[in-house]
Design a protein around this ligand. Structure first.
Ligand SMILES: [Zn+2]
Length: 180
């Protein structure tokens, strides 16, 4: 499956590219806003999206780790780098101010669903603290819903769920464990 982004509202539309020939022009109608647009399937374009669909699980662009959004019927797998301070996680919408948006069609994810705060403890070690948005459907850690005011410390490999979507925390790798 491949995806294209609606030029008007930024909604993602997925389609089965194996049904079409390279060079073929396809007409899409966006289910969100009704905009019609064409794309031409090109060999280079398909190749360029390949990397996007096989993201590096240990991506650590900012030095503060990342979250891995597990693929499901609503979206592709995504690896999103974290930053120091509050990482506001939610469904991507054009114009929304979340700094950690997930590109998804999952309707049960709020625009502002949960927040991971990245900070350092007294020894300088990174700490990851998860809290709910507040969201309509809640934030779950190990199938347990977080309370309204709850702050949950999560660590490398922690799995949490928002809507129908599961996310894994990947902590930043410390320098001395890097392989040579
Ligand atoms: Zn649209």
């Amino acid at each position: 499956m491949k995806r294209v982004r609606c030029p008007k509202c930024d909604n993602y539309i997925t389609f089965d590219e194996t049904k079409y020939e390279s060079g073929q022009s396809l007409l899409f109608e966006c289910p969100e806003c009704g905009k019609q647009f064409r794309i031409r399937i090109g060999v280079s374009k398909l190749r360029a999206t390949q990397k996007e669909e096989n993201p590096d699980e240990n991506a650590n662009e900012n030095g503060f780790g990342s979250i891995v959004v597990i693929e499901n019927v609503f979206h592709y797998k995504q690896v999103i780098p974290l930053q120091y301070g509050d990482n506001v996680i939610g469904r991507y919408m054009k114009g929304s101010k979340t700094n950690t948006p997930i590109e998804t069609n999952d309707p049960s994810i709020d625009i502002t669903h949960c927040i991971i705060n990245v900070c350092r403890d007294k020894k300088g070690k990174l700490r990851y603290i998860l809290r709910d948005g507040p969201s309509y459907t809640g934030t779950f850690v190990d199938n347990e819903i977080l309370g309204d005011k709850e702050r949950r410390v999560i660590s490398d490999g922690s799995l949490f769920t928002i809507g129908a979507t599961s996310i894994i925390l990947r902590e930043a790798q410390t320098k001395d464990t890097d392989s040579i």
